[in-house]
Structure formats: C-alpha cells, structure tokens
Design a protein around this ligand. Sequence first.
Ligand code: SF4
Length: 142
Amino acid sequence: MKILVSDCLLGKNCRYCADNCKNQAVLDLGKAYQLIGVCPEQLGGLPTPRAPAERVGNKIVAKTGVDVTAEYTKGAQIALQMAKDNDVAFAVLKAKSPSCGKGLIYDGTFTGGKVAGNGVTAELLMANGFEVYTEDELHLIH
Ligand code: SF4
C-alpha cells in the first residue's frame, strides 16, 4: 500500500531555505507503506531556495510581495494526480505549510502567527476524498 508524503519530512532539502524537516516517525511509516515523496512547491515550478510564502485568503503571497498562487495551484494539481496514479491510502503532509498544512497554517503576516485553514495541496487532496494527516497526527492513522 502506498502513501503520499511531504518530501521535506523525508529529509529532502526542498524547503524554501533549502533545508528539511526530516521526521523519523514519518520515515518509519516506510516499514508498513511504500512512501511516495512529493514537494508541491517544487513541482509547481518554484526554485529552491525561494522566498517564503504564506496563504492570504485564497492567494499565496511570497514575503517579497510576489503572488505565487499559480505555482502553488499547479503543484497541488500535480500532487493530486500523483495521489490518484499511485492509488495512495492517505497522505502525511508537513504541518502549517501554505502547501501541505492541514487545519492550522501560518497566517500571512510572516510573524509566526497561525490561523485556521489548510494549505493548497492538503485542501485539494481532501476535496478529492483523500485523508490527510500532518506529522503531528500520526497517532490518528488507522
Ligand atoms: S511543506 Fe510541502 S511544499 Fe513545503 S517544502 Fe515541504 S513538501 Fe515542499
């Protein structure tokens, strides 16, 4: 059985600042599942490193002021297609990211504040019937 996983949780240096957030508990899911890594921001065409971006309403705006909604949307669509093509059981995505976050994301002020909401990719996956968990919710996987 396959699951979709944020590449940065798997240790890939794909975050905006070209580092990762490797998570051993997520990697350990590889004992039970085939892990399909995905970084929607890279798939959407954004470079690494890149300016940080946050969700503001239905838009994603970089700290530089550039609107990157199109790149985030493209990445989400590619991630959704990967989820479908691989028939994944569910997804484990990075918490609070404007792409991958679920339930709580950064609030668009670049101050570390959080607001209720989902990242673009998490939102699209859930709208298409895929269950999404963050790395903080692994205990909820059944
Ligand atoms: S949170 Fe998602 S989009 Fe951001 S670096 Fe990680 S995998 Fe890529």
